[in-house]
Design a binder for this molecule. Structure first.
Ligand code: ZN
Length: 380
């Protein structure tokens, strides 16, 4: 693997090449863009170039680009995640630093949830090792995953290294979004934007991974340009659940609301049970949240498709083009305004679920409200 094989992120790669050409690589980068579009892969390949003993020039689209040799000790060590000067910093490391946390003063302890990137992780895994001398003498690279999940304290701690980095130290902060990042962190970092990947590219990679049509086509449209998400979804075997849900949504009445809510709750329960059986590290709550998130995305995309349809977009542009006739049927009953109201309702449900509001209530309310929108139209 080398940087010339990173596909679909030309703008980001150009930005990094400019820095290499000018020999002025900034101390701080923020790679930002949706999850699963290649930010970490690109960070690792860039780190390999920075730390390589035999940096190369190669051709990419007719242009000279800097690349690593991919065969020296340094390149191989980064690739194997054992390079002493290449460090990945991530929120789950809190479990290694503080194996257990107190449960609200009850005296009991339990595994750390690690939902945020904690200050202790930044101090122990970044600030302290950044002060040590580079083992190979070619600088150090720190890649910080999910910086958007760092709280204010953790970000302030990070500033210590970002403001006065030891010579040759490069910090690459990976962010799915920029909201919540301190202005001081933003202003001391060079921004590199990663765009969502094209549907054709996702389809090609899904096909290579063994996923077949119509599933591969659907996941390539549904994954919001994220290869990581597309591959993960394809692995989950959730396609039949989406087909059933879309069929039900297409002929939704208020009698269906309770039953549909139950269906969603049952799907989440069986997914969390399955995850537990397979020895997954995620908690029951997180597993259920994932299924709820998926189902709400299905509902949201269903109404987005109806908006597209009402605006005259061809079925090929719909996310659910694999269920064209169900969508066409539903589109007859809903105006653009009503479909956009429905999307807003789903957004509200997504927010409530993220705040751990009782999922039963959230889904019942949602399907009830959506049925009202659809039924009013039928009466009118
Ligand atoms: Zn090398």
């Amino acid at each position: 693997m080398s940087i010339v094989s990173v596909i679909g992120q030309d703008q980001a790669l150009d930005r990094l090449q400019q820095a290499l050409r000018s020999q002025r690589v900034p101390h701080g980068y923020i790679f930002h863009g949706p999850a699963g579009v290649g930010k970490e892969l690109c960070a690792r390949e860039f780190a390999k170039i920075l730390l390589c003993a035999n940096r190369q020039k190669r051709q990419r689209d007719g242009q000279d680009v800097f690349d690593c040799c991919d065969s020296c000790d340094s390149c191989r060590a980064v690739q194997a995640d054992v390079h002493p000067d290449y460090t990945i910093v991530y929120r789950e490391q809190i479990r290694e630093l503080r194996p257990e946390q107190n449960d609200n003063g009850s005296g009991r302890t339990k595994a750390h949830k690690a939902t945020a990137l904690a200050i202790d992780v930044i101090r122990e895994k970044l600030n302290k090792p950044a002060q040590l001398t580079s083992a190979y003498g070619r600088g150090k690279v720190f890649v910080v995953r999910e910086i958007h999940l760092a709280n204010v304290h953790a970000q302030n701690a990070l500033l210590k290294t970002l403001e006065e980095p030891p010579d040759g130290t490069v910090l690459i902060l990976l962010a799915d979004r920029l909201e919540g990042l301190l202005p001081t962190v933003l202003s001391r970092s060079q921004m590199v934007m990663f765009a969502p990947l094209g549907r054709d590219f996702l389809l090609e990679r899904l096909t290579q991974s063994g996923c077949k049509q119509p599933q591969s086509g659907f996941w390539s449209r549904f994954a919001d340009g994220s290869l990581g998400r597309a591959l993960w979804l394809a692995e989950q075997d959730w396609y039949q659940a989406k087909i059933a849900l879309v069929e039900r949504l297409a002929r939704l009445t208020d009698q269906d609301a309770v039953e549909l809510a139950e269906l969603c709750i049952d799907l989440a329960k069986s997914y969390s049970a399955q995850a537990r059986k397979q020895g997954s590290a995620v908690s029951d709550t997180v597993a259920k949240q994932r299924m709820y998130g998926f189902l709400l995305a299905v509902v949201s995309n269903f109404y987005r498709d109806l908006m597209l349809s009402a605006s005259g977009a061809a079925p090929a542009e719909w996310i659910n083009s694999d269920q064209e006739s169900a969508l066409k049927q539903a589109a007859k009953a809903l105006s653009l305004l009503q479909a956009s109201r429905a999307v807003a309702l789903v957004g509200r449900a997504e927010y409530l679920i993220s705040k751990n509001v009782n999922a039963n209530l959230v889904f019942e309310d949602l399907f009830g409200d959506l049925a009202v929108i659809s039924c009013k139209t039928l009466v009118a």
